[in-house]
Design a protein around this ligand. Structure first.
Ligand code: S3P
Length: 163
């Protein structure tokens, strides 16, 4: 089976769903953020602070190409879609899912604990703008699944039905 890429905004549940899907389908899961943390040896906030967002995006682009493209689930950071070449790569090499979640639900799911540099703001309108500005990119996925009012089992089932 081709790689399954889970994309979507922060808080959409990519990592959680990726783990559940991995158990259901008996496939390994690779998380782009976790991989970057291991390879670079720094946390995401430290990379943003010390090397800048552009370098982080470069890591995303480079490592995405190093992952297998068969029999694997790849859970991505919310910003993977902003680079056109990443969108193209994922669509060419796998089945791309966009896990959509309404922005107000995103706010209740994610904590502003510093682990996500782009949420380190009191200004919710900035996060809303980021969400809006990426919306068209997420929708380029093969399938969009609305996760807003669904539990993990329902979302996994919906993904399975599309495979
Ligand atoms: C980012 C999302 C994060 C992480 C980084 C940047 C983004 O991943 O890659 O903080 O640009 O949306 P999650 O979507 O897993 O939170």
């Amino acid at each position: 089976m081709k790689a399954i890429y889970l994309t979507g905004f922060m808080g959409a549940g990519k990592t959680t769903i990726g783990k559940a899907l991995s158990e259901t389908l008996q496939l390994p899961v690779i998380d782009t953020d976790e991989y970057i943390i291991q390879q670079v040896g720094k946390t995401i906030p430290a990379i943003f602070e010390e090397e800048g967002e552009a370098t982080f995006r470069q890591y995303e682009r480079t490592f995405l190409r190093e992952f297998p493209v068969n029999d694997v689930i790849i859970t991505t950071g919310g910003g993977i879609v902003i680079q056109e070449e990443n969108r193209k790569w994922m669509k060419e090499h796998g089945i791309v899912f966009n896990l959509y979640c309404e922005i107000d639900e995103v706010f209740s799911r994610v904590s502003i604990d510093g682990s996500r540099p782009l949420l380190k703001t009191d200004d919710k309108s900035k996060v809303r703008n980021l969400f809006e500005s990426r919306s068209a990119f997420y929708q380029e996925a093969h399938f969009t699944i609305d996760t807003t009012y669904k539990n993990i089992e329902e979302i996994v089932k919906e993904i399975q039905n599309k495979l």
